[in-house]
Design a protein around this ligand. Structure first.
Ligand SMILES: Cc1cc2nc3c(=O)[nH]c(=O)nc-3n(C[C@H](O)[C@H](O)[C@H](O)COP(=O)(O)OP(=O)(O)OC[C@H]3O[C@@H](n4cnc5c(N)ncnc54)[C@H](O)[C@@H]3O)c2cc1C
Length: 390
């Protein structure tokens, strides 16, 4: 399989890079320290056509696809990882509603979301349903003309600041196959009985609000059900499959940014009368880091490319997410080491990069869960080899 970036993709990547270094990077530290979410930045990303990456033009999107989206996420993450992640989730949900929504639902939600006029969030996790998401218990009970929602969802990215929430709820508690008892709904901010917990203080990514969602006899009309009842878990996992590639792309950008910063520092920093970059001990470290970033980047691009071709990519997405996020963790940790004491100080950005990297190994499926997915796909075929294996 071979792919090559075309001129349009190169131009889009440049636009994202320019935006990252003009609008994001100079502010990322302050947003992080003050836990500030910038809606203005989101609106600007809408003007750049970054908010409807998977949906066609007739719904205000660009439909550029996964690979191009990855180029954008990678560049934005160099400037501000939190902003890039917020955008990946927004695009994931916009696509979810586009894929499974009726024509009315597309008109009502996809259009303003893709235009960047509204922001979207995704809610699957609960206190007792994290990696085992099919165990979720927040419920949607059928009533005349709609559903009544009750329960609490956890750790929602852009919680409180988003306008539109894709929420997975249990509609059938009798269903033996747990996953088949889950349905997907769209809930708008402001719905009666729908409220938010506090903005959760975190190790990093503080400019991205993470909150609980509370549903207290919240009525939503039938028109807010997405697709068929009982299919919500399946939709949620399909969305996450793409989301994992996007988180991997953000992680590649973060790793590259950390490497570039450390390399630049190592050229300037003198010890023993020489720039520290001239020590072979550090050169070998740099050689390993740049090699690992390149490997992760290629895996992300390949998984995205396969998804764009409509080919099976569950295993590729899981492998790419696992490798890219572990690489970001390693590179950012080593970047702190390369800066020595300065690396530990908040006046330099690498400690923040390291804190950003940690969460990527956890959300959209922990890296243990990615291994579970990879192993499950790998062992599906007796004889050990998948039909499309090399
Ligand atoms: C900053 C942030 C933002 C988030 N945003 C969202 C969001 O927008 N929407 C949303 O729905 N969720 C979101 N999440 C939730 C996230 O997806 C979950 O935290 C994640 O899936 C892990 O679930 P958990 O925290 O319950 O961990 P647990 O499932 O309790 O896992 C704890 C540990 O056990 C391991 N483990 C669990 N099961 C297995 C197994 N079978 N085999 C091996 N190891 C296992 C895990 O890998 C982990 O190391 C967010 C989380 C964070 C931190």
């Amino acid at each position: 399989m071979e792919f090559k970036l075309n001129d349009e993709q190169r131009l889009i990547r440049k636009a994202a890079r320019d935006f990252a270094f003009k609008e994001l990077e100079p502010n990322a530290r302050e947003w992080e320290e003050t836990a500030t979410f910038s809606r203005d930045v989101f609106t600007k990303m809408g003007r750049l056509d970054f908010t409807g990456l998977y949906v066609p033009e007739e719904y205000n999107g660009t439909g550029v696809g996964r690979l191009t989206a990855c180029l954008i996420f990678e560049e934005l993450a160099k400037g501000c990882f939190s902003t890039a992640v917020c955008l990946t989730v927004h695009n994931m949900v916009t696509n979810l509603i586009y894929q499974y929504g009726s024509e009315e639902q597309r008109e009502r939600w996809v259009k303003p979301l893709a235009a960047g006029q509204q922001l979207a969030a995704y809610s699957l996790t609960e206190a007792d349903a994290g990696s085992d998401a099919a165990a979720l218990s927040a419920s949607a009970m059928k009533t005349d003309g709609g559903y009544v929602l009750n329960g609490t969802k956890l750790f929602v990215t852009s919680g409180g600041v988003a306008d539109v929430y894709a929420v997975m709820m249990r509609t059938d508690s009798e269903q033996k196959e747990r996953a088949r008892g889950i349905s997907a709904f769209v809930v708008e901010k402001g719905a009666k009985g729908f409220s938010f917990g506090h903005h959760e203080p975190k190790m990093g990514m503080n400019s991205s609000p993470t909150t609980e969602l509370h549903f207290n006899d919240c009525f939503i009309p039938d028109e807010n059900l997405l697709g068929e009842t009982g299919r919500g878990f399946n939709m949620a996992l399909t969305a996450l499959n793409g989301g994992r590639i996007s988180i991997g792309a953000c992680s590649v950008g973060l790793a590259q940014q950390a490497l570039d910063y450390a390399l630049n520092y190592a050229h300037k920093r003198q010890q023993f009368g020489r720039p520290i970059v001239s020590f072979q001990g550090l050169q070998f470290l740099f050689a390993d880091l740049v090699t690992e970033i390149e490997a992760a980047r290629l895996m992300i691009y390949r998984a995205a490319f396969l998804m764009d071709q409509g080919e099976a990519s569950v295993m590729e997405a899981a492998m790419a997410k696992r490798l890219a996020t572990d690489t970001a963790m390693r590179v950012t940790t080593d970047a702190v080491q390369i800066l020595g004491g300065a690396g530990y100080m908040k006046s330099y950005p690498v400690e923040m990069y390291m804190r950003f990297a940690k969460v990527a190994q956890i959300f959209e499926g922990t890296n243990q869960i990615q291994r579970l997915v990879i192993a499950r796909e790998l062992t599906k075929y007796k004889g050990g080899k998948r039909p499309d294996a090399y």
